[in-house]
Design a protein around this ligand. Sequence first.
Ligand code: NAG
Ligand code: NAG
Ligand code: NAG
Length: 982
Amino acid sequence: MTPQASVLVPPNISWPALFSKLLPLVLLLLLQARWGCCHPQCLDYKPPFGPQQPLVFCKEYTKFGCCDLSKDEEISSRFYTIMDNFDHSGFTTCGKYIRSILCQECSPYAAHLYDAEDANTPMRVLPGLCRDYCSDYWWECRYTLSLLLEDLGNPPQFANLTSAIEEDHKRFCDVLELKDKQYCYPNVLTNAELNANLGLVREDPKGCLELCLQEVANGLRNPVAMIHADDGSHRFFVAEQLGYVWVYLANGSRIDRPFLNLTQAVLTSPWAGDERGFLCIALHPRITTVRKAYVYYSVSVKKEERIRISEFTLSAHDDNQLDHSSERTILEVVEPASNHNGGQLLFGHDGYLYIFIGDGGRAGDPFGKFGNAQNKSALLGKVLRIDVDNNDDGAPYSIPSDNPFIGESGAWPEIYAFGVRNMWRCSIDRGDPATGAGRGRMFCGDVGQNKYEEIDLIVKGGNYGWRAKEGFSCYDRKLCQNSSLDDVLPIFAYPHKLGKSVTGGYVYRGCQMPNLNGLYIFGDFMSGRLMSLKEDVATGEWQYNEICMGRDQTCRFPKLINSYYRYIISFAEDEAGELYFLATRVASATARAGVIYKIVDPSRRAPPGKCSIKPLPVKIKGKLIHFYPKEEFVINKKPTTTPIPTTTPKTTTKATTIKKPPVRKPIIIIKPPMPTRQTSKRPPASPTKAARRPTIKTTGSAIKATIKTTAATAVKPTAVQMGAANPATTASTGYRATVLTAAFSRIAQTSVSPTPATKKNTGSPSLPLNLPQPPPPTPPTSLKRPQTAGISPARRKHPAALTTTWAPYSSQKPTVTPTQKQKTPASTTAPGARDDKPSPGKKLASAAEGNQVHKRPRGRGGHGSKKRRGGKRRPAGTVRLVSADGSSDRGRVEIFIRGEWGTVCDDLFTGKAGSVVCRQLGFTTALAVMKRAVLGAADRRVRILLDDVECDGGERSLLDCKRSRVGKHNCSHEEDVGVICA
Ligand SMILES: *[C@@H]1O[C@H](CO)[C@@H](O)[C@H](O)[C@H]1NC(C)=O
Ligand SMILES: *[C@@H]1O[C@H](CO)[C@@H](O)[C@H](O)[C@H]1NC(C)=O
Ligand SMILES: *[C@@H]1O[C@H](CO)[C@@H](O)[C@H](O)[C@H]1NC(C)=O
């Protein structure tokens, strides 16, 4: 069956000996295994995809990720359900964290972020964060963890733990952190190596395309062909060289009765590399009505070897069997030698039957004056085209009227193309699914003589050059220089160091692997090399890439394997256009060592639902034989540190012949494909619900219950210490607001109201308790609520940059803030503020003080003269943060100048200015500067005291910064600046 005369039997290599030589190399490869640590993968253990419709919530994953629109909507709804627990400032601060965390399900690296790449280990309930990001999250929004967990249905492993974790920075981040610094969120977004070719076919450093395989059938004896009926049944028919054709159902089960049993007639032998035998089958394109099939096989007639093309009719009782008594010979061609029997049969889009016949054998096409292939009075070395329709009466076939040599004397009218050596496997391009481009092209692999293997595009009347040429080079010099040769050059030829017997393949036009569209995939029978060609439409040139098996983690998807047996006998396409190849471990017609592999691109799949097929039911007579894969799934293999002999080297197909892996039962996935989510079923939070969360309130820094503010619960040492300069009495640092605070904040924010807010903003529980409306149904187009109006869409693209003025992510960590290194120690405030410390036990001013009306001092003489209750003078430049919920570490910035508290405009205010403010208040640094009154706008009676403030960061107070004159400004309270300190 080997279409190549030379080197038919592989040399007897001692594998153990070879292997010991390779050992150091293999070890090295194993050491490098980390290189491919993490591959794009979704939580359903499948590759990511480009959604069919754009996402509206997790927009950054619209081009490529793990969510389609309905998943996106589900996440959006979960987000708003969670965010119902927040007031506007909480929303602003924590929304971005919640959103980013929820949206990681859509990340193309979702499985990695959730530790879900290995289906046999437990999966995280929340995506793994980078340590710094986790720290920021903890500082700002730690109490949202319980909301997230609640949204996940309170996973048992966190039962009774959540509040403890929330309080403990280290434990919190130990739980949420993903140790891998490159692949944790958000670093994974910016990792250049990971993102460079995201979504494209993965290539190794040499440009070899890394694909994976799925075992589809096994135990076959030299499977030479696999075809489908194109009748909606999605069955496939597999031919074995010794003369069987088997029917496989769409689900992989095989019917035990053969579709065809020609074993008695077929001429072949168990000799490895025998090119004779049952070589091909083609079903009539209208099989359901015409009910005919055509076969191509070797036969011995009167001691003469022939190839025979014959016709069978489907059994009247069983669509899965041919009527064995119906055989009708269409054509027989005498073969002068036992090799080069050709063997391809297919129907063109024109409805005609194409027959590909070899040159008759031996080396160099020796028969006749100039061989058979260039001789149009021989059928050998040709592509024939015949019409088998309407042949029931009379001749078995007719000649299509436009066959190219119909009028040429001495030429067989059946000839469609010539100059063929031994075409082994041809296919017809279905055309681009969208544009139809390429449709109908006929590709063939033509096996070469001593030097070159070639791929040809078959055209009517074409001369493919043999024996004048082999590939692009001359074989028979005299013929080659004959100007009348006028041959069609191959689209590609490769030398024998890459392989010695081409197996033509298919142009991929299926649905499931969008990356492969238009790729012509073929292989070599002797070297086991898989190869691809892609046409550059602009130049018409074909670009070559080898195909290798995905290494390391690349193929760690359920059911995938990354090795194959190296005798690549044939390629195939199923009814949906997915691509397969047929190979065997032992190239003998009697060895049950053949496997059918489906080619899988692990880099990208089609969006869910796009490729679903519904096979039409098939009436089955006889029994079904279920399929059990025998090869070991990559996912079940031990990590690459396993002792060598059990690990199959990834890129060499040779290794596959070393040892057959043990038979495995189908994989059992013990993890659920997705965490179960409770989505928007949960009613909006109510006061009672909030009150039912005692654990949250009891903790010192909890702000959730903003009402309370027992100063004693303040846990942040710096805040307590520096309380004098910090009028906010609650040391709350979290940002989860209860419904009550949501109500407060609404009142507090009504800065346009002329009514003094004094009584309303004290946090007294006696406030009018308007049940808050759940936040208005926000169109899920963005995170934008009114408060975030100033955020530009561009910034929102990066989840971590949701808020306007974040410093680059890495610099948010207090310890790396440059300002901290400057002269002022973290706990030192401006000197003037130092003696303003409260006496112990003294009640601190209410957080809501900022909304009180401050009397403006008359005249300028008021500077510094105003006394507080304690009789102490408040120095000019003292600052405080005013927030609706009384947070000490964040709020609108107010500065005390000349006896009066006023606000600061935001337009030139940066993180450096923010750090001046924060250090005055005893914090280390400013985590964020919030512009456009995101942390609240002052009542209009509060003066705007500073504008155009530009600081270096080292100043003792804002008054020392570059700025406009006190009280001179061209802004409004809509531009009040706020800061978040840490
Ligand atoms: C959580 O606490 C409850 C009540 O104390 C207890 O019954 C339950 O077993 C605890 N669950 C876990 C997982 O510790
Ligand atoms: C495959 O499909 C056939 C026909 O629908 C059914 O009888 C058989 O049980 C299926 N095999 C498997 C493994 O599900
Ligand atoms: C195929 O045919 C041969 C001879 O006709 C017979 O011996 C053999 O049992 C058949 N095989 C099957 C699977 O039916």
